[in-house]
Design a protein around this ligand. Structure first.
Ligand code: ARG
Length: 461
C-alpha cells in the first residue's frame, strides 16, 4: 500500500509509473471531502464489525481496527492534516489507520469499494446536515412567530401586484412566511428519508462477494433501509438533488422574506426599522441604515439554485454505476448547506430585532382598500356582485376625481351610486370591519389569526 516515496494509495499496482501531477491535481478531492471524515470513520468501524460477522476478521482484529479508527478520529479532530498524496478522505483515513494498527488495516477494504463507501458517507453527512439546517429554519420561524404574536392587532395593507389591495393583520402577513418555511421543513425531512437508504455492501458495482450482514450495517449506521440494487446504489445521487431542491426552495423563501422587509424598510414605506445590530452603515453617506443581511439573503437564493442545477446537470447523461463525475456532487451539496447555515441565523436575527412602525402601517390603509367590502355590503342586501362591483367602481372614481378618500364622500354619493346603500354603510369603511368579515379559516379575521397563531405554535412543538 505504501510506496517507496512514502505516499499511500488505494490503487496503482497495475501501473508501471505513477500518475502525472496534472492528473493528481484534477483527481484529488480531499480539499472538498475531508469533512466527511467523521462519517468515513464510523462507517469503517461498522464495516470492520460486519467483516467479523462475515468471518473475514476475528473478533480481536475487528476490535483492534475499531479502536485504531477511534485514534484516527482523535488525530484528525486534533488537527492532523492530510499529506500531498492523500487523494481523498478515504485514502487519508486508511493511511492513518495503517499507521495506528499496521497489518489488520490492510484487510479493512475487503469487499468494499470507495464507490459504496463515498455514497454511504455522503448519505450520512446529508442526514446530519438537513437536521442541522432544520434547527436554523425553526429559529427563523420562531422569530416570525414572536413578532406575529406581538403584532396580531396591528393592521397593514396587503398587496397584490404590489398595489394596495386589502387590509390585513400584521401577524397574517408575517405568518405567510412562516408557513412557507413549514413546507421547507417538510421537504428537508423528505430529503432526509431519501438519504436514509444504505449503499454499503454494494462494492464497486456488483455487490460484495463476502457474506456481509447488510442489515447489521444499516442498524449500526442509523439507516432506514438497504438499497435493492448495487448498480443503482453506487450511482444514485437523487438524495442530493432532493436535498438541494429543498435548500433551493428554502433559499427562495428567505429571499422573498428579505425582499418584503427591504421594501418595507425603505423610507417610502417606513413600515419597519432594522435593529441597530442588523444595520450597516455607508462609508460615504452618514445617514444610511442598510439591511445588508437581508440583501445577502435575497441574493443567495441564487447560490442554492446554482448548486442544484450543477448537480442535476452532472447526473443527466451519466451511464449507470459510479462515474468520477459524481465526485462533484459534494461540492454542490456542501456549498448549499454552508450557505444556508451562514444565512439562516442572520435572517432570524434580522427579523427578531425589527421594530414595526404600526402607525405608518395603519396610515397606509386607504378607504379605497375597503372597496371590496362595500361591494360585499351590497351583496348582503341581495345585489348581484357584478352590479355591486360597478356601483362601487363609480364611487371610487368619484372619490379619485374629487381628490378625497372613499370614506370622505357624502352619503348622497353612495345613495346615488346604488339605492341599496343605507346610512350604516360608512361604518363599513373601517379596516377593523373589513377584517371582522374575514374570520374564515385561513383568513385575516381576528379569530382566524388567533387560531393560525395556535397552529403555528403547535407546528414548532
Ligand atoms: N473521491 C471519490 C468521490 O468523491 C471517491 C470515490 C472514488 N471511486 C473511484 N472509483 N475512484 O466520488
Amino acid at each position: 500500500m505504501s510506496s517507496h516515496d512514502g505516499s499511500h494509495k488505494l490503487w496503482g499496482g497495475r501501473f508501471a509509473g505513477g500518475p502525472a501531477p496534472e492528473l493528481e491535481a484534477v483527481n484529488r478531492s480531499i480539499g472538498t471531502d475531508l469533512r466527511l471524515w467523521p462519517f468515513d470513520v464510523r462507517l469503517s468501524q461498522a464495516w470492520a464489525a460486519a467483516l467479523a460477522t462475515a468471518g473475514v476478521y476475528s473478533a480481536e482484529e475487528a476490535a483492534l481496527v475499531r479502536d485504531g479508527l477511534d485514534r484516527v478520529a482523535a488525530r484528525i479532530a486534533a488537527g492532523e492534516q492530510p499529506i500531498a498524496s492523500d487523494e481523498d478522505v478515504h485514502t487519508f483515513v486508511d493511511r492513518l489507520l495503517h499507521l495506528e494498527v499496521g497489518g489488520p488495516a490492510g484487510r479493512l477494504h475487503t469487499g468494499r469499494s470507495r464507490n459504496d463507501q463515498v455514497a454511504t458517507g455522503t448519505r450520512m453527512w446529508t442526514m446530519d446536515a438537513v437536521e442541522r439546517v432544520d434547527v436554523f429554519v425553526r429559529q427563523v420561524q420562531e422569530a416570525l412567530l414572536l413578532q406575529a404574536e406581538a403584532h396580531k392587532d396591528a393592521l397593514m395593507p396587503a398587496y397584490t401586484h404590489l398595489q394596495r389591495a386589502q387590509p390585513v393583520s400584521v401577524a397574517h402577513w408575517l405568518l405567510a412566511h412562516f408557513w412557507a418555511l413549514d413546507r421547507d421543513r417538510q421537504r428537508l425531512a423528505a430529503a432526509r428519508r431519501a438519504a436514509a437508504v444504505l449503499p454499503l455492501g454494494s462494492g464497486a458495482i456488483a455487490g460484495s462477494a463476502f457474506p456481509i450482514p447488510r442489515d447489521q450495517l444499516r442498524e449500526a449506521l442509523g439507516f432506514a433501509a438497504i438499497s435493492q440494487n448495487s448498480i443503482d446504489a453506487v450511482g444514485d445521487r437523487d438524495f442530493i438533488a432532493e436535498a438541494l431542491f429543498a435548500l433551493t426552495m428554502l433559499g427562495t423563501h428567505c429571499s422573498r422574506i428579505a425582499e418584503d422587509l427591504i421594501l418595507f424598510g425603505s423610507s417610502e414605506f417606513g413600515f419597519v426599522r432594522y435593529g441597530d445590530s442588523y444595520s450597516t452603515g455607508s462609508s460615504m453617506m452618514p445617514q444610511k441604515r442598510n439591511p445588508d443581511a437581508l440583501e445577502l439573503a435575497r441574493g443567495s437564493g441564487a447560490r442554492m439554485l446554482g448548486d442544484l442545477v450543477a448537480l442535476v446537470g452532472t447526473l443527466k447523461g451519466l451511464p449507470s454505476g459510479y462515474n468520477k463525475d459524481l465526485q462533484e456532487d459534494k461540492r454542490a451539496l456542501f456549498d448549499a448547506v454552508d450557505g444556508m447555515v451562514l444565512l439562516l441565523p442572520a435572517v432570524a436575527g434580522s427579523i427578531a430585532t425589527l421594530r414595526f412602525e404600526i402607525g405608518r402601517m395603519r396610515e397606509a390603509i386607504s378607504g379605497a382598500m375597503m372597496a371590496t367590502d362595500l361591494a360585499d355590503y351590497l351583496v348582503r342586501r341581495s345585489v348581484s356582485f357584478r352590479d355591486a362591483h360597478g356601483a362601487v367602481g363609480r364611487l371610487v372614481r368619484e372619490a379619485e376625481e374629487s381628490g378625497v378618500d372613499l370614506s370622505a364622500l357624502p352619503f348622497s354619493s353612495f345613495a346615488a351610486a346604488h339605492s341599496a346603500f343605507e346610512q350604516d354603510v360608512l361604518a363599513e369603511l373601517t379596516p377593523e370591519r373589513s377584517l371582522s368579515h374575514r374570520d374564515i379559516a385561513g383568513g385575516t379575521g381576528p379569530n382566524s389569526v388567533a387560531a393560525q397563531l395556535d397552529a403555528a405554535r403547535r407546528s414548532l412543538l
